[in-house]
Design a protein. Structure first.
Lengths: 149, 516
């Protein structure tokens, strides 16, 4: 793990503002940003562990624990609310038996809220990993989830 | 050869466009029909997506919405010859939604293949840049100033003045930063440009670089747009290969280097100074102004920070002239605005129109009324920090100044419609809740005020000291408007106060007793 992270650090430490793309690279590779390596990262960027923590915790996209195999992001913003997303969220939570920021028992899905996917013309919208879906209702959700299992 | 177009932007993909494309290829093969399948951008008629088009006698005929199971029937009806089918929409350009628009920034969107330089140039692409290369920096900036273009991200600050400040500031390094952190809910015009016509944004950024003397650009792109990320990176590679980017652009002696940086899900990073902090690799805390980013911006250097639409509008201003652009619009709101219709509407999508159109025209003529068939109660204009506009104001022309008089904003042109089942007190509570989640935490009115706001609305809704708490809510909003460092805390009260003012019954507030 340390070797992996060091490799990413070496790629970004000289880049202006490199901390942001570095964190993306680590999360894309490992799936999360392990706190144990804050010190290692900090050393290359002249930052304290607290500062690295402050950076990572500021951004909703970054996680410090492993997620499920797939991440479901469901949009909670106004347009999706206008099209009944809150009821859909109840359905999703009960069918996956998880709340937001939690991972299903089979480790397949982590559920996250998101505030707009830019698919507002086809609300309610959700994204599984990098796949966007529009005009979701309970049945469509169940069908999509089957395809991902 | 038969040419068939199936869009490939995120929204079309979210409705199954890839499966439709696969089915068309398979069906054509089965029937031994030779086709040329093109993946264009979306025209923005999203209620009709996936909308496919066939080119017949140099005209495009549209069909939609097409599901994979419709494809066989379409072939049976010989849609590839433009023949009619249940899903026929006629000649694309004649569809009222498109015909009644004034597409300037979006002129190529949906027509071309996003990554085809040949398509791009066929429809005037790079004609703005080719002109700009032969102009002096001051002449480029003058063209932008005279066009009357104002920041389309929401703040509506005159783009030319921003550029002039950067041009006038002497420095060894300057930057062009494109704000592509399109976090405002109900908006997707930036995404559409980036996915459907990425070269126009890049051309605009290169012209900006030539105008102010900057040789390095960044596109700060929200992480929720993976498809746009892929397309932008490919577009940059293609243009580097053709010497539109990099050293000595088209032999002009000028250079411009461009890079995409992925954001990380913080709404506040759409605020320009917070965005700059984030680009510098820090927490996205809002900066005090002054100094203006135009004087001390990215890494302390003079920086143009412009929204995607503002930058994507530059090429047409240079190519057709400032007067051409300024002749659209009303009053001090010159040009066109890409409007995004979303929420509870029958017809949703993108409409580029000159300023001055009304919500009545947008919600009913274009939008076709609510999707639920119920009465439209209100529309939120300009994203999550924009006011809820009640029906009584639907006839006010969409124009920066007229909306300011209503205590509303045009913002980034997003319009979300709500039907009569919506409780506006719930929406107001949500506005505060959103602010608690997305506040950067630097200033107290926003950080603490948002949490107190949620609590006060909960008390009002629970009928606890309604009169006292309503007065408190108003006072809290006043503090946030006047005491916050940026628009996050400063404008969250807009939706809240408009909800209270126009829909007091939803809060259980009786207006005879309380002055709202």
């Amino acid at each position: 793990m340390e070797e992996k992270i060091q490799k990413h650090i070496d790629l970004f430490k000289e880049k202006p503002g490199g901390l942001l793309p570095l964190m993306h690279a680590i999360q894309d590779d490992i799936g999360y940003i392990p706190k144990d390596y804050y010190e290692l990262i900090g050393k290359s960027f002249s930052l304290s562990v607290a500062e690295v923590h402050g950076f990572v915790s500021f951004y909703h996209h970054f996680r410090t624990n492993p997620s499920g195999k797939h991440i479901i992001q469901i949009c909670k913003a106004e347009s999706c609310q206008a099209m009944g997303v809150n009821k859909l969220i109840d359905h999703i939570k009960s069918s996956l038996e998880i709340d937001f920021h939690e991972t299903s028992k089979d480790k397949m899905f982590t559920l996250e809220p998101v505030y707009c996917l830019g698919n507002c013309a086809c609300s309610p919208a959700m994204m599984i990993d990098d796949e966007v879906y529009g005009r979701i209702d309970n049945d469509k959700f169940d069908q999509i989830i089957k395809e991902w299992k | 050869m038969i040419t068939i177009y199936v869009p490939q932007d995120s929204t079309s993909l979210s409705l199954g466009a890839n499966r439709v494309a696969e089915k068309i290829s398979a069906e054509a093969k089965k029937r031994n029909i030779e086709i040329n399948l093109k993946r264009n951008g979306s025209r923005g008629l999203f209620w009709l997506e996936p909308m496919l088009e066939v080119e017949v006698n140099k005209k495009r005929i549209a069909y939609g919405p097409v599901m994979p199971e419709d494809v066989e029937g379409l072939f049976d009806a010989e849609f590839f010859l433009g023949k009619t089918h249940q899903k026929s929409l006629g000649v694309t350009e004649e569809i009222a939604w498109l015909k009644n628009q004034e597409r300037l920034t979006f002129k190529r969107v949906g027509i071309t293949e996003p990554l085809s330089v040949e398509d791009y140039e066929k429809y005037d692409g790079f004609s703005g840049l080719r002109k700009a290369i032969n102009l002096k920096p001051q002449e480029i900036v003058n063209a932008v100033t005279e066009s009357g273009l104002r920041g389309r991200g929401g703040a509506a600050f005159p783009t030319g003045i921003k550029w002039q400040t950067v041009l006038d500031t002497k420095a060894d390094q300057k930057y062009i930063v494109c704000n592509a952190d399109e976090g405002d809910s109900g908006t997707f015009s930036d995404r559409m440009i980036m996915e459907n016509d990425p070269f126009v944004l890049i051309e605009g950024m290169i012209i900006a670089g030539l105008g102010v003397g900057a040789n390095h650009g960044y596109i700060y792109l929200r992480s929720e747009y993976p498809h746009a990320l892929k397309i932008l990176n490919e577009a940059i590679k293609i243009l580097e290969g053709k010497n539109f980017l990099g050293e000595n652009i088209l032999g002009s002696g000028k250079s411009f280097y461009l890079e995409v940086r992925r954001a990380a899900g913080a709404y506040i990073c759409g605020e320009e100074t917070s965005l700059l902090e984030s680009l510098e690799g820090k927490r996205g805390l809002v900066r005090y102004k002054p100094p203006l980013p135009a004087i001390e911006g990215l890494f302390g250097k003079p920086t143009v920070v412009n929204n995607v639409i503002s930058l994507a509008t530059i090429p047409i201003i240079l190519s057709k002239g400032s007067k051409y652009y300024a002749d659209f619009g009303v009053g001090r709101s010159k040009g066109t605005l890409p409007i995004q219709l979303a929420g509870n509407l029958k017809n949703t999508g993108l409409i580029e129109k000159a300023f001055g159109i009304t919500l009545t025209e947008l919600l009913y003529d274009f939008g076709g009324g609510s999707a639920s068939g119920k009465k439209i109660k209100a529309a939120q204009v300009g994203g999550p920090l924009g006011a809820f506009v009640p029906e009584s104001q639907f006839d006010v022309p969409l124009d920066y100044e007229r909306y300011a008089e209503l205590n509303a904003v045009v913002g980034h042109g997003g319009i979300v419609a709500f039907d009569e089942d919506t409780n506006m007190a719930d929406m107001a509570r949500y506005s505060f809740e959103f602010c608690t989640i997305e506040s950067c935490g630097k200033c107290t009115p926003c950080r603490i005020g948002s949490t107190r706001g949620v609590e006060v609305i909960d008390k009002i809704k629970a009928k606890t000291d309604v009169e006292k708490n309503t007065i408190l809510l108003k006072s809290l909003c006043d503090t946030m408007v006047n005491g916050s460092l940026c628009a996050m805390g400063g404008m969250t009260p807009f939706p809240v106060m408009s909800a209270l003012k126009y829909f007091p019954a939803d809060f259980g507030v009786e207006t005879e007793n309380i002055d709202i």
